[in-house]
Design a protein around this ligand. Structure first.
Ligand SMILES: [Zn+2]
Length: 183
C-alpha cells in the first residue's frame, strides 16, 4: 500500500532517528523527545525530556552521526529546563542562546529548521514555530496543560481554553490571566 508522505523535509530520516532515540531512552508517555535538523541532516539537535536522558547521551550522539550528523547537540533535563518548557521550545532556546554559532530569533526563519516529535507538536508550540518560519511536525490538536516561552521564560498553565500567565518571582504562584499573549 502506498502511503502518502507529508511535505515535511527529512521526514523519513528524522522519524527513523526519533524512533531509535525513544527506544534507547526508554521514553514513556510522560516523556518527550524531539529531533531537529538545522537546514540539513548533517546538523542535528536532539531534546530528551526523559528522566535519565543524560545517561544515553553518547548513544544518542552515535545514532545522530549514523543518521548523517556532522554536528549534533543532545539536550537533557537540567537546570535550564522548566517543567512547562516543551522539547521543541528547548531546542529553540538552545539555537538562539546557547550554541556556538547562535541563530538570532529573527534569523530562525532563514535557517531551514525542521522539528519532529512523533507525539505531535502542541498548538502553542506549532504556532510559535510557524511564526518563526520553523516546520513543526506533526501538528497535534490536544492542548498542553502548560507552556513555557523559550526566550522570555514566561510560564503559562492552562485553565480551560486559556493559557494563564504565571509570574512566579513577583507574585508567588499567583496566576495572572492575560490570555494568549506569547510570541
Ligand atoms: Zn508544545
Amino acid at each position: 500500500m502506498l502511503e502518502h508522505l507529508p511535505a515535511f523535509p527529512h521526514f523519513n530520516e528524522l522519524s527513523a532517528l526519533y524512533k531509535q532515540l525513544e527506544d534507547i531512552s526508554g521514553a514513556s508517555s510522560h516523556d518527550t523527545v524531539a529531533v531537529a535538523a538545522i537546514g540539513a541532516m548533517n546538523d542535528l539537535v536532539i531534546a530528551l525530556k526523559v528522566s535519565g536522558g543524560e545517561f544515553v547521551m553518547n548513544k544518542a550522539i552515535d545514532l545522530a552521526r549514523q543518521a548523517g550528523a556532522k554536528s549534533v547537540a543532545v539536550l537533557t533535563i537540567g537546570d535550564d529546563w522548566e517543567e512547562n518548557l516543551h522539547s521543541e521550545m528547548r531546542i529553540v532556546r538552545y539555537l538562539v542562546e546557547e550554541r556556538g554559532s547562535k541563530i538570532s530569533k529573527d534569523n530562525l526563519k532563514n535557517a531551514g529548521i525542521v522539528i519532529y516529535c512523533a507525539k505531535g507538536v502542541c498548538p502553542e508550540c506549532w504556532a510559535w514555530l510557524d511564526k518563526h518560519g520553523i516546520y513543526g511536525y506533526p501538528p497535534r490538536k490536544t492542548k498542553a496543560r502548560g507552556w513555557g516561552h523559550p526566550l522570555t521564560r514566561a510560564n503559562y498553565t492552562r485553565s480551560g481554553n486559556d493559557l494563564n500567565y504565571v509570574k512566579v518571582a513577583k507574585y508567588g504562584d499567583k496566576v495572572l490571566t492575560v490570555g494568549k499573549q506569547f510570541g
